[in-house]
Design a protein around this ligand. Structure first.
Ligand code: ATP
Ligand code: MG
Length: 367
């Protein structure tokens, strides 16, 4: 993303507020990783943020978040806040705005995510985040069990960040995940799905097996986590990684995970079709029957992408629409079912591409 937007902090400061970069962008700056969002936290209330930045969208006013538009860029600017009670273990009942940035940092999940940075690059680190970064540790801010009781998603986030960053989960935090795992049952499918997907797309997608072993996916009918084929070998595409997931757990369902239909169906169908190897004709039949997207995804799962691309580029007849004859011509032939006849011709042509001519096919129909 674009470089650090110091001018946004300075504008807030000139207006008399305090303001910091916060969360993932601070962590990733210190790690030298690419930064995709510059999140800002400030003492200004939402209405005050909107006065300082007339070009803005009140995206989450109730939680204190205003999206500030700045040329091509957009930044989430959020008032210092603490969360109210989490009666249901997933959504705070309310948020309360507070005066000190330290209080805002204290509500954050892990020490490495709970640092703030000013426009000079100076880092405010109240919970030992720098030390944990150096030791590559994910450690809860505060008492882990309490933090997981407030919001069970944090357990899945711990696994997700450990997969993305290559970090270890600190011992006490890990023990608390073991003892609180069943609380994940109350989470919304969408929130769990997003963490599973980020894990699947990370460099260490096998961490989903650990999620399963810990019981964090039990609500989805996924409990075991013994070793399965590693999704790490698969191309880093959403539907292919999900296909790897459904290959490991055929009983899981894309609908339960609230995946979008296109990705979900393709992934699940491909997982069901998975075979370690197919010959060219078998691939052609699969493409013909299941369509291009499923065929590409299944091929990726089998490490045979080139074979399928070659077929798709070959110009050979794969679908009814590619046959040299259509329904009209076949209809003239007495006593024959059009659909069945075309199906038979297609099956023949898949095996004998050279026979896909009007003459040959009409001759076959008349036989
Ligand atoms: P990413 O690179 O994936 O965006 P991130 O650290 O920015 O990582 P986000 O989910 O975007 O993660 O959240 C931004 C920040 O908000 C986090 O760094 C953390 O400080 C805080 N945060 C987000 N979700 C929670 C949560 N469930 N509990 C406590 N703090 C949270
Ligand atoms: Mg983020």
């Amino acid at each position: 993303m674009e470089r650090r937007p110091d001018h946004i902090l300075l504008r807030l400061k000139e207006a008399g507020f305090s303001a910091w970069f916060v969360g993932g962008c601070v962590r990733d700056t210190l790690l030298g990783r690419p930064i995709h969002d510059w999140d800002i936290t400030t003492s200004a209330l939402p209405e005050e943020i909107m006065e300082v930045f007339p070009r803005c969208v009140p995206t989450g006013i109730r939680h204190g978040t205003v999206t500030v538009l700045d040329g091509e860029n957009a930044y989430e600017v959020t008032t210092f806040r603490v969360d109210g009670d989490y009666r249901d273990g997933r959504h705070p009942e309310s948020v309360r705005f507070v005066a000190a940035v330290e209080d805002d940092l204290a509500r954050r999940d892990f020490t490495v995510n709970a640092m703030a940075m000013d426009e000079t690059g100076a880092v405010l680190d109240v919970f030992g985040g720098k030390e944990d970064l150096a030791a590559k540790l994910l450690r809860c801010v505060g008492v882990p069990e309490e933090r997981f009781r407030e919001d069970a998603l944090r357990m899945l986030r711990a696994l997700r960040f450990s997969a993305q960053l290559g970090f270890t989960i600190e011992e006490e935090t890990y023990r608390a995940i073991r003892s609180c795992a069943q609380l994940s049952a109350g989470l919304s499918a969408e929130r769990v799905r997003d963490e599973v997907e980020k894990t699947l797309l990370s460099d260490d997608p096998e961490k989903v097996y650990e999620m399963a072993r810990l019981g964090l996916l039990a609500e989805f009918g996924i409990a075991d986590g013994e070793d399965k084929p590693s999704p790490a070998e698969l191309p880093g595409l959403r539907e292919v990684r999900w296909a790897g997931f459904f290959r490991a757990w055929p009983q899981a369902s894309w609908e339960r995970f609230k995946l979008d239909k296109k990705c979900g169906r393709t992934a699940q169908e491909s997982a069901a079709l998975y075979l370690p190897k197919r010959d060219r004709l078998a691939w052609k039949r699969l493409i013909s029957r299941h369509g291009e997207s499923v065929a590409r995804c299944t091929a990726a799962l089998s490490g045979e992408r080139e074979a399928v691309e070659e077929i798709l580029q070959s110009g050979e007849c794969l679908f009814l629409k590619d046959l040299a004859v259509g329904g009209k011509e076949v209809r003239g032939v007495e006593g024959k079912q059009v659909g069945a006849v075309l199906g038979r011709l297609l099956a023949h042509v898949l095996e004998h591409p050279e026979d896909n001519t009007r003459e040959k096919l009409l001759a076959m129909v008349k036989e």
